[in-house]
Design a protein around this ligand. Sequence first.
Ligand code: 13P
Ligand code: SF4
Length: 295
Amino acid sequence: MELKRERDICILAHSYMCEEICEVADFTGDSYALSVKAKNAPQSTVIMCGVRFMAETVKMLSPQKKVILANPAAGCPMAEQFDKEVIGEVKKMYPDYAVVAYVNTTAELKTIADVCVTSSSAVKICRALPDKNILFIPDINLGTYVKNQVPEKNFKLLSGGCPTHAKIEKSDVLTAKSAHPAALFLVHPECRPEVVALADYVGSTSGIMDFAEKSDGKEFIIGTENSIVQHLQFKCPEKKFYPLSKDLVCHNMKITTLPDVLSCVLGRGGEEIVMDEKLRVQAVKCIERMIELGG
Ligand code: 13P
Ligand code: SF4
């Protein structure tokens, strides 16, 4: 703690990080909250404990800062699913559609998006956009959820998605609910529509945590990465939290360890994010618009 202050370092940790990393972080949250914090953090160096697109987002918003991805191997497979050329071709097919990109995309892909969204801001931003027609990339599950919440607009969706959340099936929910009939079911919108349809609450990682903490309910089935089950159990020992499935584990998020974070603080580890200025200027526009519309 002392060391990071001496070295003017801010540690940001996505909520999927393990408890011990969250404890040393200056701020923990969902991807929207991390983007906003990144913009306002006063420190000259930011260590991002999360996946690559999150560190890229920090660099885009704070080019003057040294931004370090705590473990260089931490990527998000969804972010790599479509490249700029493919989406460029799709855009030509739908010239009158605004491109709304989930933040889980590469910096390069963001250069051709009109606005970025996160799971906690997607509905609000799609509603607030002046455009009637929306090409939502890349997550078909989040896109379907947003489309259902914003019926007044026309959506075109692609077939991308999160391999961790998308593998969960309706039968997993039915099994968990029959094992814990009194539990409320909270789910991330990256899950399939038939899974989301059975939920008592749908929201981002932070949304799920807030809901569970404030709820009068005593038992919860957690339909997102299993680290959230641990964090909630730690925060609310009087309540009970059950994983929707033992397979709800994102190995990309799990790759970062506390020793990785220490190596970064000591200046010996991680990867410094370097971004071409022209690419950054183009890509950051859709993130700034997200923050402007997302509030
Ligand atoms: P949040 O926006 O809920 O943090 O989600 C990020 C993510 O990668 C979920 O899989
Ligand atoms: Fe990417 Fe899914 Fe992991 Fe989130 S949980 S970082 S969307 S692979």
